[in-house]
Design a protein around this ligand. Structure first.
Ligand SMILES: Nc1nc2c(c(=O)[nH]1)N[C@H]1C(S)=C(S)[C@@H](COP(=O)(O)O)O[C@H]1N2
Ligand SMILES: [Mo]
Length: 390
């Protein structure tokens, strides 16, 4: 026995539980594969929804699609946490595998563990921190979360490929004993199976609790038990949570000023409207959700002016239409947004003046806010000052 092997053997002997074994690891691996895959697919969709330069045409219907993708993304992310921790605990002794590399394939498989474990932990940690609005870092969260997602996906594909045979053998192939097992062997197998059931049951129960504690973010009937939800869907002025308040955005003086004018810039001409003039225009009602990237979402009834009507673009089929909507909030990444041509032409894309039957609350964007179907919350610009046809 060489020194390395002796050290490794001693380290492995500290993991005394019998649950550090392939079948438990395989079952948790499958569970994690499912939650991670759902989380990744919905995350990529949400990314595409937020990134207008993307190659993927994000549709503006159904109106609540982003609400679903982002809700599922954050819920599956949270639920993955106990499963990932359990899985890491089960396979921990394998860190001490000896020799560390048995072949090129084995070396590759082990090398992929660093981006897999590191990436997985980073994704879950940064996601949870972002939801909690805790930024113990200096990078731009969406960019970092997106890049590391691809690294993690790549590592996961390698890992799944490398482990497919083990998983198949452990879960899908009946092992026929070549020699009749002794009574002691039968007992050991039974005890192990019972331990495994109890452990996996505990992990599943924890995941269930995490699910209940987060799903209320977007599933209204569950909001009462949503201990981990940072926004309850029905809590806030006019029955809607507030992301950034008027005070935090520094817009109170401008938003409440009697001199407020909405400026419309199109084809080189500029028009401006007082609030009274805006209220006298034809109004349209639409039931649309606010769906935040943090996972919370609520549907509400909005009333206001169709952007397409305001710009006199009804009936146009132009595909090059782009409209920029600007807030009078100074600074802040979300003080403006852009509408694609299909969004401009959708009659439910509104400059809203009312929310749930009342004049917009200051924190929801008074006097005018943008609301459109299937747009990420970050793009539903509040306190609108200027609308520019590009
Ligand atoms: N001007 C401006 N508009 C904004 C934001 C902002 O920070 N500034 N935040 C956006 C985000 S992230 C969300 S989720 C929604 C939330 O709208 P609500 O506060 O009315 O619920 O507003 C959006 N509009
Ligand atoms: Mo948001």
């Amino acid at each position: 026995m060489d020194v390395g092997e002796r050290v490794a053997t001693r380290a492995r002997s500290r993991f005394s539980s019998r649950l550090h074994e392939p079948r438990t690891a395989a079952i948790l691996g499958i569970a994690l594969g499912v939650t991670f895959s759902v989380c990744m697919v919905t995350g990529l969709l949400s990314h595409v929804a937020q990134d207008p330069t993307s190659w993927f045409p994000w549709p503006n219907r159904p109106a609540g699609l982003y609400r679903v993708t982002q809700g599922v993304h954050t819920i599956t992310g949270f639920v993955s946490i106990p499963v990932l921790l359990a899985k890491l605990w089960v396979v921990a002794p394998k860190l001490w595998d000896w020799p560390p590399m048995k072949s090129v394939a084995h070396a590759l498989e082990r090398a992929a563990l660093l981006p897999l474990v590191g990436g997985g932990l980073f994704m879950l940690f940064s996601g949870v921190a972002n939801v909690a609005r805790w930024y113990p870092w200096s990078f731009y969260f969406p960019a970092a979360h997106y890049v590391v997602a691809w690294v993690t996906i790549g590592a996961m594909v390698i890992h799944l490929g490398a482990k497919a045979a083990v998983v198949k053998a452990e879960l899908f192939e009946r092992r026929v004993a070549e020699i009749a097992p002794t009574e002691a062997e039968v007992t050991t197998t039974r005890v192990l199976a019972a331990d495994r059931r109890a452990f996996l049951g505990g992990v599943a129960a924890t995941a269930g609790v995490v699910f209940l504690a987060t799903a209320g973010n977007t599933v209204t009937p569950l909001s009462d038990v949503a201990a981990l939800a940072q926004r309850k869907p029905n809590l806030g002025p006019q029955g809607l949570p507030v992301n950034k308040s008027a005070r935090d955005a520094g817009v109170i003086p401008t938003a409440t000023s009697a001199d407020y004018r909405l400026v419309i810039e199109a084809d080189g001409t500029e028009r401006s409207f007082t609030l009274t003039q805006l209220r006298a225009m034809p109004q349209r009602t639409a039931v649309l959700p606010i769906a935040c990237v943090e996972g919370w979402s609520t549907s509400a009834r909005w009333r206001g002016i169709s952007v397409v009507e305001l710009l006199g673009l009804e009936g146009t089929r132009r595909k090059d239409l782009r409209v920029r909507v600007e807030s009078f909030q100074k600074g802040g990444r979300y003080n403006h947004s852009e509408l694609r041509h299909d969004e401009v032409l959708d009659p439910d894309t509104l400059l809203a003046l009312e929310l749930n039957g009342e004049e917009l609350h200051l924190d929801h964007g008074f006097p005018v806010r943008l609301i459109g179907p299937n747009r990420p919350g970050v793009d539903q610009t509040k306190w609108v000052r200027r609308v520019v046809l590009l």
